[in-house]
Design a protein around this ligand. Sequence first.
Ligand SMILES: Cc1cc2nc3c(=O)[nH]c(=O)nc-3n(C[C@H](O)[C@H](O)[C@H](O)COP(=O)(O)OP(=O)(O)OC[C@H]3O[C@@H](n4cnc5c(N)ncnc54)[C@H](O)[C@@H]3O)c2cc1C
Length: 160
Amino acid sequence: MRSIGAGAAGLQLLLKMIRDPFFKEKSILVLDKDEKSTNDRVWCFWELDETKWGQIATKTWSQGLFINPEQTLDFDLEPYRYKMVRSANFYLHTKGELAKAENVKWVKDEMVEVNDQDIKGSSVNYHADHIFDSRIPPTFHVKQDDYHSLIQHFKGWLDR
Ligand SMILES: Cc1cc2nc3c(=O)[nH]c(=O)nc-3n(C[C@H](O)[C@H](O)[C@H](O)COP(=O)(O)OP(=O)(O)OC[C@H]3O[C@@H](n4cnc5c(N)ncnc54)[C@H](O)[C@@H]3O)c2cc1C
């Protein structure tokens, strides 16, 4: 099994796989062009209860504040919490979990070409029974006119 892309999708999948007895005897290779050691993004999300991501969350909010020229609303987010996970913490946490699994190997390499069971890396070729490629296919952007595009922008301040 080869997994290309150690981002949110690839790593979430790997965490599930190393906890599933089905994959215990399989050898898994993770291929990513980056080390995944810098904070390249931040994930914010809502949660009802304390979960595994709570322990790596940098910040958890229980209060919300809405301000416009007419009013100011200070409100309780109960029963939800809004949480922020820095990707660097997620990568570190996941790498720690993967290091405990003897059947997982991580290789830094840039994939040039991927076919059904073969991957051409920058200087090495790889073969696998199954390949999970989490990169966004180039055709997605080419066909962008078929869909409504939403460009998201955040404006605000960070409470340190
Ligand atoms: C600024 C920002 C804020 C965001 N905030 C939120 C948020 O608050 N909540 C939320 O849910 N989502 C948020 N998102 C969206 C979320 O981050 C992405 O949807 C998610 O990270 C995508 O994960 P992925 O695994 O699909 O892709 P990625 O995380 O991009 O992973 C793809 C991986 O493939 C690797 N790769 C690419 N090409 C190659 C190659 N040729 N060879 C080898 N490896 C390769 C890359 O290095 C990368 O590690 C945000 C995104 C951004 C940019």
